[in-house]
Design a protein around this ligand. Structure first.
Ligand SMILES: [Fe+2]
Length: 183
């Protein structure tokens, strides 16, 4: 499975541009995590890129979301490890995150929203001026980007990462693709 094949599948199945950006941001963070932890960068990155491929196909139904995604990923040639990470990233199924790949996707998914919101409240709406410490401050404001589960983000500790470290790594990863994110 190549990155281009995944991008083609996204083009075919996802219309919402913000959702595509979310998947790109998740990919960038997953790649950075893989590099940091000495894991397979392409496997982790493509898992992040694919993880919400079924959101529009399932109409946002949390009972089928990520089950269909895991099946689609398998059809495209994803490894069983990748499919499992996609399946368990939707906590509605109650399938525990077991592997490091599972855990990485689980914490990378919600932090994209927190960082995006931290950029959008700036006058220039750009990521460039966002500092890790301001994201940390926003993290503590429960009403800020409330959809970004703090508990889920904090599960980075399962990978041996401190929250500060995870925020900094994720922020740098998203800054690296700021143009693609329109931020
Ligand atoms: Fe997601």
């Amino acid at each position: 499975m190549t990155r281009q094949e995944v991008l083609n599948s996204i083009k075919a199945n996802v219309e919402n541009k913000n959702l595509v950006k979310h998947m790109l941001a998740t990919e960038a963070i997953m790649r950075a995590l893989a590099r940091h932890l000495g894991e397979n960068e392409d496997e982790w990155g493509l898992t992040g890129l694919l993880h919400d491929i079924d959101v529009e196909l399932t109409g946002g139904d949390m009972n089928t979301h990520s089950k269909l995604g895991a099946d689609l990923a398998r059809e495209m040639g994803a490894s069983e490890a990748m499919a499992h990470a996609i399946l368990c990233h939707n906590a509605a199924h109650g399938i525990p995150c077991e592997t490091r790949l599972d855990k990485a996707l689980f914490c990378a998914d919600p932090i994209t929203g927190l960082i995006t919101a931290a950029a959008l409240v700036r006058p220039d709406k750009k990521l460039a001026g966002v500092e890790a410490k301001s994201v940390r401050k926003r993290f503590k404001e429960k009403s800020f980007a409330a959809g970004a589960s703090r508990e889920q983000i904090s599960s980075c500790s399962e990978l041996g990462l401190e929250l500060e470290e995870f925020i900094a790594l994720s922020l740098e990863a998203m800054k690296g693709i700021a143009e693609d994110l329109g931020l």
